[in-house]
Design a protein around this ligand. Structure first.
Ligand code: XIL
Length: 376
């Protein structure tokens, strides 16, 4: 047994945190080395509840002891935050770079954690060679097919699920597909073999290619601002229903769940999860964070942190209410590494379950307790 564990077992009085800090620098590492006996970790509570609890991961941070220990202790699912996006994984027409993605997969394998792949088709974080390549429709279709089959093939048997297509619907033009290089190239969707006149035929094509590359992987369509019932989620619902009726391989819908202004219409989210799961597909909450206003030091107010905890609790509870809602994932886990800061020009932050020092926040306790009390 390590010295840390002996101390943990024999010293349970107040001041444990302080003692740990003195001896080992921080509490997170201590807890990571010997998980607390009395309180379950998120992953223990989630396993009992029959649900996956995940987080987005930045491979560069895996060498940070507290980051790695917290990740392994608390989560049973991970998703590379950026490592599998085109600009990183496919930097030049004929070269792939799986090094960052492989780091995440290796970590997951060592810790018995499932991997969600993200993402094969998106309008952002694409390399210039692709977006400025002036390819014909036929060329672009070939490039996309090869990309999907190469990336999914590389991780075959290692990723249990994929966000095949991300954010294809437009938020401004209600229910319509966004104009992207993929949608705007009819060769991708309307090729002779597809015979489909649906505007989202390119999404169908991508799902079929991914399925060929790994028939076991669960294939998801993932989107933002479609968590509640609204024109965008109506369009996604109609597409998924059509896919299911025609046997197009789709297994789930990802609801990103980036929550702003401390507002979540839980009843409407519940309605949406209900209708999606009724189609026989799974729902994953894929990118949850709850952004708070922060001061110049990145700190949020106590009342906001309390309300944030309530929102986390409500979202976990609404997912747990449907058996088909099978995973809850946050977009990172420590406020030290979160996209919300750069995204909001540092006016917002503190969106995750652990603070910048890896201390648990009220939101963490809310998620843990809700998972613990779940009877599924
Ligand atoms: C974000 C990452 O968190 C950032 O590191 C990156 O700079 C931009 O992309 N929706 C998605 C995610 O599907 O891939 C995005 O991730 C956040 C919004």
């Amino acid at each position: 047994m390590t010295a840390e564990c002996i101390i943990k077992q024999h010293y349970n009085g107040e001041g444990l945190d302080e003692l740990a800090r003195l001896c080992f620098g921080h509490r997170g590492l201590l807890s990571g080395i010997c998980s607390p006996a009395a309180e379950q970790s998120l992953r223990e509570a989630a396993s009992s509840a029959g649900i996956l609890i995940g987080t987005a991961v930045r491979p560069a941070q895996l060498s940070e002891a507290t980051y790695a220990a917290t990740l392994a202790r608390e989560f049973n699912m991970v998703e590379p935050e950026d490592a599998l996006k085109w600009e990183i994984v496919h930097p030049a027409p004929d070269s792939y770079d799986f090094s960052q993605g492989d780091q995440v997969v290796d970590f997951a394998t060592r810790h018995g954690v499932k991997v969600r792949g993200h993402t094969l088709v998106w309008h952002r974080q694409n390399p210039k060679w692709l977006t400025e390549g002036k390819y014909t429709s036929a060329e672009l279709a070939e490039i996309l097919e090869k990309h999907i089959k190469t990336v999914v093939g590389h991780y075959r048997g290692k990723t249990f699920a994929w966000d095949v297509v991300n954010e294809a619907f437009d938020e401004l033009r209600a229910g319509e597909l966004r104009s992207t290089i993929w949608r705007d190239q009819p060769g991708i969707g309307l090729s002779a073999s597809t015979q489909s006149k649906q505007p989202y035929a390119y999404i169908e094509r991508c799902l079929r290619w991914a399925h060929e590359a790994d028939p076991q992987a669960l294939l998801f369509y993932n989107d933002a601002e479609a968590e509640v019932v609204n024109p965008k989620s109506d369009a996604i619902y109609a597409m998924v229903r059509d896919f299911r009726q025609r046997g197009v391989p789709i297994d789930g819908v990802g609801l990103q769940m980036h929550i702003a202004h401390l507002h979540a219409d839980v009843a409407s989210i519940s309605e949406n999860i209900k209708r999606l799961t009724a189609l026989g597909v799974q729902v994953h909450i894929t990118e949850m964070d709850v952004a708070l206003p922060v001061d110049a030091l990145g700190n949020a107010g106590a009342e906001d942190l309390r309300q944030q905890a309530e929102i986390y609790r409500d979202i976990v509870a609404v997912c747990l209410a449907y058996r088909g809602c099978s995973a809850i994932q946050t977009w990172g886990f420590t406020d030290k590494y979160s996209w919300i800061g750069s995204h909001s020009k540092h006016t917002e932050g503190a969106a995750l379950l652990f603070d910048r020092g890896y201390r648990t926040k009220p939101a963490y306790e809310a998620v843990r307790k809700t998972l613990e009390s779940a009877a599924r």
